[in-house]
Design a binder for this molecule. Structure first.
Ligand code: MN
Length: 231
Protein backbone atom coordinates (compact mmCIF):
# COMPACT_ATOMS: atom_id res chain seq x y z
CA UNK A 1 0.00 0.00 0.00
CA UNK A 2 1.21 3.49 -0.70
CA UNK A 3 0.19 6.74 0.98
CA UNK A 4 -0.15 10.26 -0.38
CA UNK A 5 1.68 11.78 2.59
CA UNK A 6 4.31 10.20 4.88
CA UNK A 7 2.69 7.64 7.19
CA UNK A 8 3.25 8.49 10.87
CA UNK A 9 5.26 5.98 12.92
CA UNK A 10 2.95 3.99 15.22
CA UNK A 11 3.00 4.91 18.90
CA UNK A 12 4.52 2.12 21.00
CA UNK A 13 5.64 1.26 24.51
CA UNK A 14 8.66 -0.71 25.76
CA UNK A 15 8.11 -4.18 27.24
CA UNK A 16 10.16 -5.41 30.21
CA UNK A 17 12.79 -7.98 29.19
CA UNK A 18 12.02 -7.88 25.47
CA UNK A 19 13.23 -6.11 22.36
CA UNK A 20 9.74 -6.17 20.80
CA UNK A 21 7.45 -3.26 21.66
CA UNK A 22 3.73 -2.92 22.43
CA UNK A 23 1.92 -1.00 19.65
CA UNK A 24 -0.67 1.50 20.89
CA UNK A 25 -4.13 1.50 19.34
CA UNK A 26 -6.17 3.72 21.67
CA UNK A 27 -5.80 5.27 25.11
CA UNK A 28 -8.85 5.03 27.35
CA UNK A 29 -8.91 6.75 30.75
CA UNK A 30 -11.23 6.21 33.71
CA UNK A 31 -12.37 9.30 35.64
CA UNK A 32 -12.68 9.55 39.45
CA UNK A 33 -11.97 5.90 40.25
CA UNK A 34 -10.58 6.34 43.79
CA UNK A 35 -12.92 7.71 46.47
CA UNK A 36 -10.43 10.11 48.06
CA UNK A 37 -9.54 11.57 44.66
CA UNK A 38 -13.23 11.98 43.77
CA UNK A 39 -13.62 13.88 47.07
CA UNK A 40 -10.65 16.17 46.44
CA UNK A 41 -12.24 17.02 43.06
CA UNK A 42 -15.49 17.94 44.82
CA UNK A 43 -17.49 14.74 44.28
CA UNK A 44 -18.74 12.08 46.64
CA UNK A 45 -20.02 8.55 46.42
CA UNK A 46 -19.74 5.74 43.91
CA UNK A 47 -20.90 6.76 40.46
CA UNK A 48 -20.96 4.62 37.32
CA UNK A 49 -17.49 4.61 35.75
CA UNK A 50 -16.97 7.20 33.05
CA UNK A 51 -14.35 7.34 30.37
CA UNK A 52 -12.45 9.76 28.20
CA UNK A 53 -9.72 9.21 25.63
CA UNK A 54 -6.35 10.55 24.70
CA UNK A 55 -4.96 10.14 21.18
CA UNK A 56 -2.58 7.19 20.77
CA UNK A 57 0.29 9.52 19.93
CA UNK A 58 -0.10 11.26 23.30
CA UNK A 59 1.99 8.34 24.59
CA UNK A 60 5.38 9.41 25.94
CA UNK A 61 7.14 6.08 26.37
CA UNK A 62 10.13 5.81 28.68
CA UNK A 63 12.96 3.42 27.83
CA UNK A 64 13.67 0.84 30.56
CA UNK A 65 15.58 2.51 33.39
CA UNK A 66 15.68 5.88 31.65
CA UNK A 67 14.17 9.28 32.46
CA UNK A 68 11.91 10.64 29.73
CA UNK A 69 11.56 14.39 29.09
CA UNK A 70 8.07 15.89 28.90
CA UNK A 71 7.87 19.36 27.36
CA UNK A 72 5.70 21.69 29.49
CA UNK A 73 2.54 22.04 27.39
CA UNK A 74 1.14 25.23 25.90
CA UNK A 75 -1.87 27.24 27.18
CA UNK A 76 -1.70 26.11 30.82
CA UNK A 77 -0.38 27.48 34.09
CA UNK A 78 -1.57 24.46 36.11
CA UNK A 79 -0.15 21.17 34.80
CA UNK A 80 -1.19 18.34 37.16
CA UNK A 81 0.20 14.86 37.70
CA UNK A 82 -2.09 11.83 38.09
CA UNK A 83 -0.21 8.57 38.67
CA UNK A 84 -2.18 5.55 37.46
CA UNK A 85 -1.96 1.82 36.91
CA UNK A 86 -2.19 1.24 33.15
CA UNK A 87 -3.66 -1.97 31.73
CA UNK A 88 -2.43 -3.04 28.28
CA UNK A 89 -4.98 -5.03 26.27
CA UNK A 90 -3.55 -7.98 24.32
CA UNK A 91 -6.76 -9.55 23.06
CA UNK A 92 -9.76 -7.53 21.89
CA UNK A 93 -13.45 -8.03 22.41
CA UNK A 94 -16.79 -6.42 23.10
CA UNK A 95 -19.19 -7.10 25.97
CA UNK A 96 -16.40 -8.83 27.89
CA UNK A 97 -17.66 -10.20 31.20
CA UNK A 98 -15.72 -9.25 34.31
CA UNK A 99 -15.09 -12.94 34.96
CA UNK A 100 -13.32 -13.24 31.58
CA UNK A 101 -11.56 -9.88 31.63
CA UNK A 102 -8.13 -11.13 32.61
CA UNK A 103 -7.84 -13.23 29.45
CA UNK A 104 -7.71 -9.92 27.56
CA UNK A 105 -4.87 -8.32 29.54
CA UNK A 106 -1.35 -8.38 28.08
CA UNK A 107 0.32 -6.57 30.95
CA UNK A 108 0.58 -3.58 33.25
CA UNK A 109 2.57 -0.36 33.43
CA UNK A 110 2.92 2.80 35.49
CA UNK A 111 1.43 5.81 33.71
CA UNK A 112 0.82 9.49 34.26
CA UNK A 113 -2.45 11.07 33.11
CA UNK A 114 -1.00 14.57 32.77
CA UNK A 115 -3.73 17.19 32.88
CA UNK A 116 -3.99 20.88 32.02
CA UNK A 117 -6.21 21.34 35.09
CA UNK A 118 -7.06 24.98 34.46
CA UNK A 119 -8.34 24.17 30.97
CA UNK A 120 -10.15 21.04 32.17
CA UNK A 121 -11.90 23.06 34.89
CA UNK A 122 -12.94 25.73 32.36
CA UNK A 123 -14.43 23.03 30.13
CA UNK A 124 -16.23 21.40 33.08
CA UNK A 125 -17.81 24.73 34.05
CA UNK A 126 -19.05 25.26 30.50
CA UNK A 127 -20.18 21.66 30.01
CA UNK A 128 -17.71 21.24 27.14
CA UNK A 129 -15.47 18.27 26.23
CA UNK A 130 -12.28 17.71 28.21
CA UNK A 131 -10.04 17.16 25.15
CA UNK A 132 -8.00 20.32 25.59
CA UNK A 133 -7.38 19.53 29.25
CA UNK A 134 -6.57 15.85 28.80
CA UNK A 135 -5.75 14.91 25.21
CA UNK A 136 -2.71 17.04 24.37
CA UNK A 137 0.74 16.03 23.11
CA UNK A 138 2.90 14.02 25.52
CA UNK A 139 0.01 13.88 28.01
CA UNK A 140 0.36 10.12 28.55
CA UNK A 141 3.83 9.28 29.90
CA UNK A 142 4.19 5.53 30.45
CA UNK A 143 6.87 3.18 31.75
CA UNK A 144 7.75 -0.24 30.29
CA UNK A 145 4.92 -2.79 30.28
CA UNK A 146 5.37 -5.87 32.49
CA UNK A 147 3.60 -8.95 31.06
CA UNK A 148 0.71 -10.01 33.32
CA UNK A 149 2.24 -13.38 34.24
CA UNK A 150 5.23 -11.53 35.75
CA UNK A 151 3.06 -9.06 37.70
CA UNK A 152 0.53 -11.15 39.63
CA UNK A 153 0.00 -8.51 42.34
CA UNK A 154 -0.41 -5.41 40.18
CA UNK A 155 -4.12 -4.98 40.87
CA UNK A 156 -3.63 -4.71 44.63
CA UNK A 157 -0.17 -3.12 44.72
CA UNK A 158 1.03 0.05 46.39
CA UNK A 159 0.92 3.02 43.98
CA UNK A 160 2.86 6.23 44.56
CA UNK A 161 4.23 9.39 43.01
CA UNK A 162 7.13 11.46 44.22
CA UNK A 163 8.07 14.89 42.87
CA UNK A 164 11.72 15.83 43.41
CA UNK A 165 11.93 13.05 45.98
CA UNK A 166 8.94 14.19 48.08
CA UNK A 167 5.74 12.15 48.37
CA UNK A 168 2.71 13.55 46.52
CA UNK A 169 0.48 10.53 45.96
CA UNK A 170 0.45 7.27 47.91
CA UNK A 171 -2.31 4.67 47.93
CA UNK A 172 -3.03 1.13 46.85
CA UNK A 173 -4.60 -0.12 43.64
CA UNK A 174 -6.99 -2.24 45.72
CA UNK A 175 -8.82 1.01 46.57
CA UNK A 176 -10.08 1.37 42.98
CA UNK A 177 -13.86 1.99 43.07
CA UNK A 178 -14.27 -0.04 39.86
CA UNK A 179 -11.64 -2.77 39.76
CA UNK A 180 -9.81 -3.77 36.59
CA UNK A 181 -12.22 -6.56 35.61
CA UNK A 182 -15.29 -4.35 36.17
CA UNK A 183 -13.66 -1.53 34.23
CA UNK A 184 -13.00 -3.82 31.25
CA UNK A 185 -16.60 -5.08 31.40
CA UNK A 186 -18.03 -1.55 31.34
CA UNK A 187 -15.55 -0.17 28.81
CA UNK A 188 -16.05 -3.06 26.37
CA UNK A 189 -19.82 -2.52 26.47
CA UNK A 190 -19.25 0.95 25.03
CA UNK A 191 -16.34 0.28 22.65
CA UNK A 192 -14.91 -2.85 21.05
CA UNK A 193 -11.55 -3.25 22.72
CA UNK A 194 -8.63 -3.95 20.39
CA UNK A 195 -5.17 -5.39 20.95
CA UNK A 196 -2.99 -2.38 21.64
CA UNK A 197 -5.50 -0.46 23.71
CA UNK A 198 -4.23 1.09 26.94
CA UNK A 199 -6.50 1.78 29.90
CA UNK A 200 -5.39 4.43 32.40
CA UNK A 201 -7.42 3.20 35.37
CA UNK A 202 -7.67 6.37 37.48
CA UNK A 203 -5.60 8.23 40.02
CA UNK A 204 -5.62 8.22 43.82
CA UNK A 205 -5.71 11.42 45.89
CA UNK A 206 -2.87 13.90 46.06
CA UNK A 207 -2.89 15.33 42.52
CA UNK A 208 -1.10 18.63 42.16
CA UNK A 209 0.88 20.95 39.95
CA UNK A 210 4.36 20.54 38.52
CA UNK A 211 6.67 23.05 36.85
CA UNK A 212 9.65 22.94 34.50
CA UNK A 213 12.60 21.19 36.09
CA UNK A 214 10.51 18.91 38.31
CA UNK A 215 11.31 15.18 38.27
CA UNK A 216 8.32 12.87 38.73
CA UNK A 217 8.87 9.29 39.88
CA UNK A 218 5.83 7.02 39.63
CA UNK A 219 5.71 3.50 41.04
CA UNK A 220 3.39 0.55 41.26
CA UNK A 221 4.97 -2.17 43.36
CA UNK A 222 6.17 -5.02 41.15
CA UNK A 223 6.24 -2.99 37.93
CA UNK A 224 9.00 -1.04 36.19
CA UNK A 225 8.95 2.53 37.56
CA UNK A 226 8.38 5.67 35.48
CA UNK A 227 10.58 8.75 35.76
CA UNK A 228 9.64 11.94 33.91
CA UNK A 229 11.43 15.30 33.83
CA UNK A 230 9.35 18.36 32.95
CA UNK A 231 11.33 20.52 30.49
MN1 MN B 1 -6.75 10.32 35.46
Amino acid sequence: MSFVIPQPAPASVAVVGQEARFPVHRIYCVGRNYEDHAKEMGHTGREAPFFFMKPADAVLAAAPGATVDMPYPTLTANLHHEVELVVAIGKGGSHIRAADAHQHIYGYAVGLDMTRRDLQNDMKKQGRPWCIGKGFEHSAPIGPITPAAQAPGAESAAIALQVNGADRQRSTVSKLIWNIAETIEQLSAAWTLQPGDLIYTGTPEGVGAVVRGDVLHGTVEGLAPLTVRIV
